[in-house]
Design a protein around this ligand. Structure first.
Ligand code: PNS
Length: 167
């Protein structure tokens, strides 16, 4: 039986920390579906289509990795995709509480679905999408934190926001 895992997230935006989990995670499964959440609890900087498009472009040549979007409950989406594992990255102890809660809630909703955690590589454990957006907003470089396309899209979007504010 094909072992399919889902790596879900907001990816707002995709960082080298996420990419590190994808690169390592895909080696553990027959297929890894990177699933962009449509309705996250958070208000996102990039809309759903933008996030999806960025992921599709950046991950297009990575073997065994598929990019998709989902709406609604993750467990239902996992069932539809015949996935048996949810993959999540953990950077620091502070991630643990949120991840623990989510894993237990998902387990309650579907006991046959396992959540597997991977520690993010130490090089990226300080990275967060929020931090990255703040650095770009104030004109800093994030080239060591995100793929070139993501940096380009971040700068483009902040430029647009600034132009609109100055109107
Ligand atoms: O990158 P994020 O924001 O930490 O990802 C969180 C995400 C999208 C994985 C989580 O919010 C999610 O699974 N949302 C889908 C709705 C759902 O199933 N919620 C219950 C999870 S316990």
């Amino acid at each position: 039986m094909e072992r399919i895992a889902i790596y879900p997230g907001s990816f707002d935006p995709l960082t080298y920390g996420h990419l590190n989990i994808i690169e390592r995670g895909r080696l553990l499964f027959d297929k890894l579906i990177v699933a962009v959440a449509h309705n996250t609890a958070k208000k996102t900087f990039f809309d759903f289509e933008e996030r999806l498009q960025i992921l599709r472009e950046v991950l297009k040549d990575i073997d065994k990795v598929e990019v998709d979007g989902f709406e609604g409950l993750l467990v239902e989406y996992a069932e539809k995709k015949k996935a048996s594992v949810i993959l999540r990255g953990i950077r620091t102890v502070s991630d643990f509480e949120y991840e623990f809660q989510m894993a237990l809630a998902n387990k309650m909703l579907n006991p046959s679905l396992e959540t597997v955690f991977m520690m993010t590589d130490a090089r990226y454990s300080y990275l967060s999408s929020t931090l990255i957006k703040e650095i770009v907003r104030f004109g800093g470089s994030v080239s060591s934190m995100v793929p070139p396309l993501v940096e380009e899209k971040l700068k483009e979007k902040f430029r647009k926001i600034l132009q609109e504010d100055n109107r």
